[in-house]
Design a protein around this ligand. Structure first.
Ligand SMILES: [Zn+2]
Length: 292
């Protein structure tokens, strides 16, 4: 194979020896082209005796919309350094890590599509010709690396219900009733005064879920929350009273306006019935909550 093909593939330390059309996309055959790969990772000694070869397969960035995989024929070497605890080793290069199914760049591209380009996990999986759990794993690992262990100080914390996905139930034989195992309702926690956006999301709609999420934060972080914006739910109110007793509860604008509209509609309906002895028109019904 020409040097140009190797350069076009652009995987450092590897040279292309051939390309074949596989069932789902091209398979690129590779050999090691890095002198450093022949040095023992333990002692740094340059190996002279080969123990044979084996071929490993990895997925790489797709070619157009087709899967591309690599077949790397790599050597195993004996280490001749008498004091070295390592008897043998297999060639390794940084761009195609050992015992991994994906190249570094495929994994990085799949998670960057989610983390930086705003694509959904499913879309990134489709575009990269990988399964969605692979994208989730890459993204989660990246997020854990770049996000602080604890969020920065939050002065105004927002809590609201978020509807997500479909609920799931199982039938409990003993209790003779259906039990929810996946709640369609989640609670979202957001930083309303700073720029941190969504801080967390937990399943369920209970006070316990709110208290538990807050309790996972250090005491000084909780102490710095001065206001908490909620809808007028008694569940959130009691949770905040318990977990952040010093914080002032505020009700956000949207929910107050919604409630005021509902009250005005109710009064109008009652007055209409009293004065004219009939119901108001249907069009006077109040607007509904966007999240609920
Ligand atoms: Zn060695």
């Amino acid at each position: 194979m020409s040097d140009a093909t190797t350069r076009l593939l652009g995987l450092e330390g590897l040279a292309v020896t051939g390309i074949e059309d596989g069932q789902v996309g091209p398979v690129v055959y590779l050999v090691t082209a890095d002198e450093a790969a022949r040095r023992c990772p333990e002692s740094g000694t340059r190996a002279r005796r080969s123990k044979g070869r084996r071929t490993t397969r990895q997925r790489d960035l797709p070619t157009g919309y087709r899967r591309r995989s690599l077949a790397w024929r790599k050597r195993r070497w004996r280490c001749d350094e008498p004091s070295c605890p390592r008897r043998s080793f297999t060639e390794a290069v940084g761009s195609v890590p050992a015992r991994k199914r994906l190249t570094v760049r495929l994994r990085a591209s799949a998670r960057a599509a989610v983390a930086d380009a705003g694509r959904t996990v499913v879309q990134s999986a489709r575009d990269h010709r990988v399964s969605w759990p692979v994208v989730v794993a890459a993204f989660t690992e990246h997020a854990a690396r770049v996000l602080p262990v604890q969020p920065e100080t939050v002065e105004v914390l927002g809590i609201d219900e978020v509807r997500r996905g479909r609920p799931k139930w199982v039938y409990d034989e003993q209790a003779q009733s259906w039990q929810t195992i996946v709640d369609r309702w989640h609670i979202g926690f957001v930083d309303l005064s700073g720029g941190q956006g969504l801080l967390g999301q937990v399943e369920g709609r209970t006070a316990a879920a709110v208290v538990e999420w807050l309790a996972a934060h250090p005491a000084d972080w909780r102490q710095r929350v001065r206001h908490v914006a909620i809808d007028m739910s008694t569940v959130f109110k009691s949770a905040i009273r318990q977990a952040l007793p010093h914080a002032q509860l505020v009700v956000d604008h949207f929910h107050i306006v919604q409630l005021a509209n509902a009250a005005v509609t109710e009064v109008r309906r009652r007055v209409t019935i009293q004065v004219r002895g009939r119901r108001g028109r249907k069009a006077t019904a109040s607007g509904s909550c966007a999240t609920g």
